[in-house]
Design a protein around this ligand. Structure first.
Ligand SMILES: C[S@@+](CC[C@H](N)C(=O)[O-])C[C@H]1O[C@@H](n2cnc3c(N)ncnc32)[C@H](O)[C@@H]1O
Length: 458
């Protein structure tokens, strides 16, 4: 998109805007001089004063200066946190309205893509999270160094300005406390923070994950090189911090937007931490995906498995399986589970988790769902039940075609992106009807959505 460059630029001007609705990223949307304007932290029906920060051919962006007429749904933004960091985009909106907003995101996406019969879908009110704050069990903070101090935080939206986060109200106290203790140790031991300008070896990113059930903590230093001066000493001290049982190093020698490199090694303690979902245990290695809000994960899985309505004759495919949590949670109910996942370490964890839970009817394999699923279909491997839990990009054409070929009797789609879900439903509704979409909030204070979708064969 071209930025308009002329002397009549609107950038820098102040304007009074009436907010008409909210966009999928949680920003308020209004109009100014016939152009759509996006205003973060503004709420539907508010009248706000904004400073225009960006002007494009067909839209504007504005910074909220003052709320002239306030919505009754507005609440105080948490103190001591910079609202410009990601992860708190809805923290100025009361929680009931956040839940309505999330349902509306699904409604908007369905209207935009119009999959067959969408006006008739049973779109169920969003189920709220038990914890509205301090639910995130994983902190992944970029490190920086400024005026003799180590910063650990997140980048400001659309910029490379690192915001130090001494407090982060959605983060579990355990992970946040551990981060701040490690920052102090890094300062005390004068360990280098990597700076892409001089490329001196150092730590780039700090990842701290805690188990909700066992309280074990895993710390991973993502570094620019294998050898970082003083890292061993730091690992020794970190391993003595309360609850820390695993200290790992991941090496990423590339200056790209990818945070994690390929190689992960043990510095101190054990390689994994243990989490529990209901009566099942799961070990987690640093890169393996695990839901960030464990108590709400139980709610999500309960709805997904109830929607599948499994019995002992069913053969279930758990596609996009992470460390095997869904398949293992379903294993007692079914004859057999096949799982697939792209990250090798997660699959290793998943197969270990099968043993840990004394199961003999579950197996996981490494690879892309778009390769494995069509291959299973070609080989004639029988399955009659399917659960897909893809990343934000949704299902690929190959996966969609494999599903339409087998047409499993029982089918649940867990979605974390309303747009790709609505697009995928255009294809899936050739053979399936949408029985319901149950929106479930996994990420309070953010615009992120999640839903369990039950599909039934036509
Ligand atoms: C939303 S997570 C769901 C994980 C798991 N079902 C859970 O609830 O913890 C999506 C998972 O899909 C994996 N993944 C991403 N692309 C994939 C692909 N093309 N094929 C298979 N797995 C993929 C990711 O590594 C991640 O573990």
């Amino acid at each position: 998109m071209r930025t308009i460059k002329n002397n009549n630029t609107l950038v820098g001007k102040e304007a009074m805007i009436t907010i008409k609705r909210m966009g999928i990223n949680g920003e308020g949307i209004g109009f100014y001089k016939k152009k759509i304007i996006f205003v973060p932290q503004a709420i539907t029906d508010e009248i706000v004063i904004v400073k225009i920060t960006e002007e494009k051919r067909n839209y504007l962006r504005g910074e909220l200066i003052r709320v002239k007429e306030k919505s009754p749904n507005r609440v105080d933004f948490p103190k001591g946190v910079n609202p410009a960091v990601g992860g708190l985009e809805l923290a100025h909106l009361n929680y009931a309205s956040q839940l309505d907003f999330k349902l509306d995101v699904f409604r908007q996406a369905l209207e935009k893509y119009s999959p067959e019969g969408y006006t008739q879908y049973d779109l169920r009110p969003t189920i709220g999270s038990k914890q509205e704050w301090h639910y995130r069990t994983k902190a992944q903070y970029q490190l920086g160094f400024e005026k003799g101090k180590v910063l650990a935080g997140l980048y400001q939206a659309n910029s490379h300005d690192l915001v130090d986060l001494p407090a982060m109200p959605t983060q579990s106290e355990l992970s946040q406390d551990t981060v701040r203790k490690i920052v102090k140790l890094i300062e005390e031991l004068s360990i280098f923070i990597y700076n892409p300008r001089n490329k001196k070896p150092g730590i780039k990113t700090l990842a701290v994950r805690n188990s909700y059930a066992t309280k074990e903590v895993q710390v991973t230093f993502i570094t620019s090189q294998a050898h970082i001066k003083g890292l061993d000493k730091l690992a020794d001290k970190v391993a003595k911090l309360p609850n820390v049982v695993s200290v790992m190093q991941n090496i990423n020698d590339q200056d790209t937007s990818l945070v994690w490199g390929k190689e992960t090694t043990l510095l101190k303690g054990k390689r994994t931490i243990t989490e529990k979902i209901k009566d099942k245990e799961f070990i987690l290695s640093p890169q393996a995906f695990f839901q960030l809000n464990p108590p709400q994960t139980e709610v999500l899985y309960d709805h997904a498995l109830k929607a599948l309505d499994l019995n002992e004759d069913d053969v279930l495919v758990d596609a996009y399986s992470g460390v095997g949590t869904l398949g293992i949670s379903a294993a007692d109910k079914v004859k057999r589970v096949y799982g697939m996942e792209i990250i090798k370490d997660a699959v290793k964890d998943a197969n270990y988790n099968v043993e840990l839970n004394n199961l003999d009817n579950v197996s996981y394999q490494t690879g892309k769902a778009e390769a494995i699923l069509p291959h299973m279909v070609k080989r004639g491997t029988f399955f009659n039940s399917l659960i897909v839990d893809p990343p934000r990009s949704g299902l690929s054409q190959d996966v969609l075609q494999a599903i339409l070929k087998v047409k499993p009797q029982k089918f649940v789609y867990i979605s974390c992106n309303a747009s790709t879900l609505a697009k995928d439903l255009i294809t899936l509704t050739r053979e399936y009807k949408v029985e319901f979409i149950q929106s479930i909030d996994m990420f309070p204070q953010t615009p992120k959505v999640e839903a369990v979708v039950k599909l039934v064969k036509k």
